[in-house]
Ligand binder design. Structure first.
Ligand code: UD1
Length: 463
């Protein structure tokens, strides 16, 4: 868990790591290459470790080299089973489906199962692969896919909630080997899909239209391994911009691609946040007062659903009423009850949350439910008066590379504490009598909130 002493403006310089959501499908796509692929900028994350295990179970060598690059090569092409025990830990494991089918002609991949951010079917992935000629059945919780030779087809990949990011990746990775031409309309335009497409093209694939909703793919027989550098993580970058805005700070955020953050930067500016852009750097300065704003999470180039929770934390201390809508994952609001424990004034209405901004959040004990919710709670804790305890930060470790260390370098006070009460020294353990339930259980609670003046709290102020 994290123990966070809030109310400290973040000041200084931070650098963004490589994008998790680009690195994962690109690592999976290394399955299709002849030779050894070398990937630079793959962040050191739990999700990357999980996918490495999946790929090893599929007959690949996966090694992190001393310079940080990841090298991948195939040693056994016979293996085609991605087991439930690994896939259930990370949904993105499903990204091996398309590459396996394309290269090895068969795949047996566990269905990922439930998810805290809402219903996440893979029907569009299967629809696209079936259109290419794959025979697919679902049996005992697994997707069984088989094909002799994939054949190009015209595929529409739009669903009720727009395009599918990993679905586009899967179909693209299979279609690069399909005989003839494949078109994918309503393809996802996310920069991570473009990065995967560029990687495949560098290996010899013929994909046109990357970054647009219409892809044209001419099948090839073979792809040869290359070196590739993964794009910077736009979600981590957005989280850092929001951290500066929330804590009344000024941060220089290096290694970002401003074009990938256009919607986020525009929204922050409309809230009064000052952002200067120089090439791959943004300098963000918090205003005295944050203004309320209505935002909607949409497929790219809209504001990403993966920063919806962080924006909700930010808007909870903006002056006025804001409405946050998520059109990609309309049930992704598990962070709200926890933010409300910190004083946020939020009401959920279907796929929207309505936020009446308050001046200052107060430190509290909260529980992270998923990756981006944990980032939102960390941001709220950084901005809050007093001390917060955030439990289940293993969600954060899935997708952010040492975020607490990056924030501590620019003035935050975040301590990572091993949360194992059973290893507590005997002298600190409660007697049986003391363990009886109390009206308020304070054993885990931070000290009562200390109210700082507005100036002391270092937060954006209402006029
Ligand atoms: C990816 C990202 C995730 C991000 C999401 C949306 C990775 C590893 N993960 O997830 O961080 O939040 O994009 O930007 O890149 N849907 C269907 N049928 C399908 C597939 C999706 O109905 O077959 C729906 C989903 O339920 C959701 C919407 O389409 O409502 C978008 O999902 P999708 O783009 O597929 O998300 P992921 O690729 O799983």
């Amino acid at each position: 868990m994290f123990v966070v002493r809030g109310g400290r403006p973040l000041r200084g310089r931070v650098s963004v790591s490589g994008a998790k959501n680009a690195a994962l499908p690109i690592m999976a796509a290394a399955l299709v290459a002849n030779g050894t692929s070398v990937l630079h900028g793959v962040p050191d994350l739990v999700d990357v470790t999980t996918l490495s295990s999946v790929l090893r179970s599929l007959g690949m060598n996966v090694d992190r080299r001393p310079d940080g690059a990841i090298a991948l090569s195939t040693c056994d092409e016979q293996r085609c089973l991605a087991d439930y025990e690994l896939v259930r830990r990370m949904r993105a494991s499903v990204c091996v489906l398309g590459p396996l089918l394309g290269r090895r002609g068969r795949a047996c991949v566990s269905l990922p199962g439930g998810c805290n951010i809402g219903h996440r079917p893979i029907d569009l992935h299967l629809k696209g692969l079936r259109a290419l000629g794959a025979k697919i059945t679902i049996d005992r919780g697994y997707v069984f896919a088989r094909v002799d030779r994939l054949v190009g087809a015209d595929i529409y990949l739009g669903g009720s909630f727009g395009s599918t990011v990993t679905g586009t990746c899967n179909v693209m990775c299979a279609a690069v080997f399909a005989k003839g031409i494949t078109t994918i309309s309503a393809a996802a335009c996310e920069p991570e899909v473009v990065d995967l497409g560029n990687y495949l093209n560098a290996m010899g694939a013929k994909i046109e239209g990357l970054g647009t909703p219409l892809l044209r793919i001419e099948g090839v027989d073979d792809l040869n391994a290359v070196e590739h550098t993964v794009i910077p993580d736009r979600i981590e970058a957005a989280t850092m911009l929001i951290a500066a805005a929330m804590t009344g700070g000024r941060l220089q955020v290096d290694n970002l691609v401003p074009a990938h953050l256009a919607g986020v930067i525009d929204a922050l500016r409309m809230m009064g946040v000052m952002i200067e852009i120089h090439d791959h750097t943004a300098i963000v300065t918090a205003p005295d007062t944050l203004r309320a704003l209505d935002i909607t999470a949409l497929p790219y180039p809209g504001i990403p659903t993966d920063v919806q929770a962080q924006f909700t934390a930010l808007l909870s201390i903006a002056e006025g009423i804001s409405v946050v809508t998520d059109k990609v994952f309309p049930d992704r609001f598990m962070h709200i009850p926890e933010l409300m424990r910190m004083g946020a004034n939020v009401r959920r209405e279907g796929a929207c949350s309505i936020i009446a901004g308050i001046k200052t959040l107060s430190g509290a004990c909260v529980m992270a439910s998923d990756l981006r919710a944990s980032a939102a709670l960390l941001l709220a804790a950084l901005a809050a008066d007093g001390e917060s305890v955030i439990r289940r930060v293993y969600h954060l470790d899935r997708g952010y590379e040492r975020l607490e260390l990056k924030f501590n370098k620019v003035g935050a006070d975040i301590a990572r504490v091993v949360d194992q009460p059973e290893t507590m020294p005997a002298s600190l353990q409660l007697s049986e009598e003391e363990q009886q339930p109390l009206a308020v259980d304070s054993s885990d609670s931070p000290p009562p909130p200390k109210f700082l003046s507005r100036r002391e709290s270092g937060q954006p102020k209402f006029k």
